[in-house]
Design a protein around this ligand. Sequence first.
Ligand code: PMP
Length: 353
Amino acid sequence: MKAWEKNIRRVTPYTPGEQPRQSNVIKLNTNENPYPPSPQVAEVLRQYTTDTMRKYPAVDAQPLVDEIAAFYGLEPQQVFVGVGSDDVLAMCFLTFFNSDRPVFFPDITYSFYDVWAELFRIPYERRPLDERFEIRAEDYYQENGGVIFPNPNAPTGVLLPLEAVEDIILHNQDVIVIVDEAYIDFGGTSALELIEKYENLLVVQTFSKSRSLAGMRIGYAMGNKKLIGYLNDVKYSFNSYTMNEMALALGTAAIQDHTYFEETTAKIIVTRERAKEEFRKLGFTFGDSRTNFLFVTHRTCPAKEIFEALKEKGIYVRYWNKPRISNHLRVTIGTDEEMDRLFAFLREYLGKE
Ligand code: PMP
């Protein structure tokens, strides 16, 4: 190792799912929404001018923050926004997890958590999910430096009932508890109603899934004003203008369109429930996903083989060669037509036809 290499912050980065360049693939590997964003987003885009780009964006991320607050019946000072929930979560790790005690999160979970912990040198401990891939609230009773978990969890798709979420918060009132609700709009109950009751609770959500704007990068956190204030202090000490002007404008249009949001999420839920039936008939088992993806395992055929066969056919799903989940596939819910093509291939491949 060269002398100059000794003081370099070395990290093993997060590995995102593949973004194949070809347009003829069926892309069910990164939990994107298969439907376009609200037509109101397209309308704002049509009226967008380059003159807007000349100026710096609003430092307080207006009007987006106001619109998110209005949607949830909050005050703007209870909302923090960032470049996707990845940016929001990274800021949360930096702001709230500064203890010598380990931060707790599940062993099978969003694989960015340990990366941020490593990057910021935060001690952490993984709490194993039970054999049904469920979070046990009791595993979070011990002293710790903070708690974070997705609800529903990813990549399992399993929803923790609100009572169990509250139980975890109740037992962790001396640290910050972050509930990462990236997938909550697909049939879960948000912990947002608890932010008045517990001042140490932060709820994080995103426009990437239920609002079809993964490419725009918009995420947000909701909590009491003090927590949001601390997050903003860190953000303004790092980069004042994380959100670009176009993301602010398009995100505002997206959150204003309640009807479209409800229609598309409902459509995805219907397709998901149908997909559960199809997977079941083909010999797959899975938990009761309340997300826009299913985490499936086949009774006889190894996941890795199915993953490779699907990829060969231009159907991308997600596979991790990791302990406990190396025989599972995470399949994003696509359009009905995309799912039909997936199932047609699987029926043939698994010899069900
Ligand atoms: N949390 C979870 C659990 C996720 O699965 C994802 C998607 N990769 C994110 C956060 C981040 O999403 P985004 O940065 O697009 O908001």
